[in-house]
Design a protein around this ligand. Structure first.
Ligand code: HEM
Length: 419
């Protein structure tokens, strides 16, 4: 039986999270060498096993007997000590950290509005939000994240929840601050304090909205959650708040990162950009390739319910498994020329939305937002290019994306709004 690789063998300073600068700037060469040399790596520092081969990642994500509830992990593991402290795992956890049967109950109460046909109804509205956001951009040079990719998903989810337009900005701030601690294994004291305050402020606001809609639920997501009933059971106000927090934390930065990473990939591959401009109908496939090529979520966790062996390496029940979605998506055993960005790639299936019971609930929403946002942006800026002011990758562990990405309209300038 082979033994897992050991984190002591890693190049010095590589902690395999976005906190590490080398990993943040370009995780792919590091992940490639792991996949080749230590596809199951024991990361002793953080108490977890990191898996990088596509087939292992897929099988682990889909194992329905595995847990995600951190309380079921062994003491001293990443899941128990770190995830357990973050991600709202306390008295009122979100479904991401729940196991059956509670997970199934919550997910079925929240899932109807996220089904593809229900989300498709939002497409025209999302297009309107994209156009309005583009209208507000001033100047020939702008930060694509701050002025476009950041606001679009927040406004979409805020409108879906029925948040007043004059609270949208505040809403974005709360969700950004919560993400700083929600997915960060090493928050500073200041980040923890500010994140907690933001969480409480959001909770207070949502409870007010829920109370206001309790008698006559509106035709929005909050209304759907208030009405939802499975086998005579309804969500309590605090359960609704926990799911809303998850929607914000899980849905905003990820979609911003998808739009940002996707536009960056296009600008770095002018022949792909040209192809998409000529054939906008390729957008569906292009967004799938963007998700594969530069996944906004790099890792997802599982806790095995039994002693297992991964590719011949023994892993004990209750260990913390971190599946590297980013590495799986570039496994040459599955994808020919995995480092090539090709919007016409035939097989663009990927692991970026996870899999199995916890498969991303917002996958279709994220897809539609990215499709509409990228097409709208390219239409409005026929000569869009990177500006010399460059970009900055954010340091949120398990996420990959930028906090700043400067672009300019180029010689072609700015087209008038789509009718
Ligand atoms: C590009 C954007 C997004 C990416 C890459 C992404 C990725 C993920 C991943 C990797 C998971 C964990 C899956 C697993 O462990 O098997 C997840 C779960 C989840 N995501 Fe997303 N997500 C995105 C957008 C969204 C949006 C827009 C929403 C909703 C507004 C959302 C809501 C959720 C929820 C509720 C879960 C937990 C599902 C469960 O535990 O059953 N996500 N997402």
């Amino acid at each position: 039986m082979s033994t897992p690789g050991d984190s002591d063998e890693l190049p010095q300073g590589v902690r395999l999270t976005a906190i590490d600068e080398a990993f943040r700037l370009d995780p792919y060469p590091i992940l490639e060498s792991l996949r080749e040399q230590a596809p199951v790596l024991e990361d002793r520092e953080l108490g977890r096993f990191i898996c990088t081969r596509h087939d292992d990642v897929k099988a682990l994500l889909h194992d329905k007997a595995f847990y995600t509830d951190p309380r079921k992990a062994n003491p001293g593991t990443f899941s128990r000590e770190i995830i357990g402290r973050t991600l709202g795992a306390g008295d009122n956890p979100s479904m991401l950290l729940m196991d059956e049967p509670e997970h199934r109950r919550l997910r079925s109460l929240v899932s109807a509005p996220f089904k593809p046909h229900a989300i498709e109804r939002w497409r025209t509205h999302i297009r309107g939000i994209v156009e309005a956001t583009l209208d507000r951009i001033e100047g020939d040079e702008f930060d694509l994240i701050g002025q476009f990719a950041g606001p679009v998903p927040t406004v979409v989810i805020a409108e879906m929840l029925g948040v007043d337009p004059d609270r949208h900005e505040q809403f974005k701030q709360w969700s950004d601050l919560m993400v700083q601690v929600g997915f960060n294994p090493f928050p500073t004291e200041e980040q923890s304090r500010v994140g907690e305050e933001a969480g409480l402020a959001l909770e207070k606001y949502l409870l007010e909205l829920i109370a206001a809609g309790a008698d006559e639920p509106g035709e929005d997501l909050l209304g759907d959650m208030l009405r939802a009933e499975v086998e005579g059971e309804k969500l309590t106000p605090l359960e609704i708040v926990a799911q809303c927090r998850l929607l914000l934390v899980a849905g905003n930065v990820t979609t911003t990162d998808l739009i940002g990473n996707g536009v960056k990939a296009l600008l770095e591959h002018p022949e792909q950009l040209r192809k998409l401009r000529e054939k906008p109908e390729l957008i569906g496939n292009a967004v799938e390739e963007m998700l594969r090529y530069d996944s906004p979520v790099t890792n997802s966790g599982r806790i095995p319910n039994r002693d297992i062996s991964i590719g011949g390496c023994p892993v004990a029940a209750g260990s913390s498994l971190s599946t590297s979605l980013a590495a799986a998506n570039r496994d040459p055993a599955v994808y020919p020329n995995p480092d090539v960005f090709d919007i016409e790639r035939e097989d663009t299936h990927h692991q970026s939305f996870g899999g199995g019971r916890h498969l991303c609930l917002g996958a279709h929403l994220a897809r539609i937002e990215a499709q509409e946002a990228i097409l709208g942006l390219l239409r409005r800026y026929p000569g869009l290019e990177q500006s010399d002011r460059g970009f900055v990758y954010h340091a949120i562990p398990s996420f990959r994306g930028m906090s700043e990405f400067w672009v300019r309209s180029g010689e072609a300038g700015r087209a008038s709004p789509a009718q």
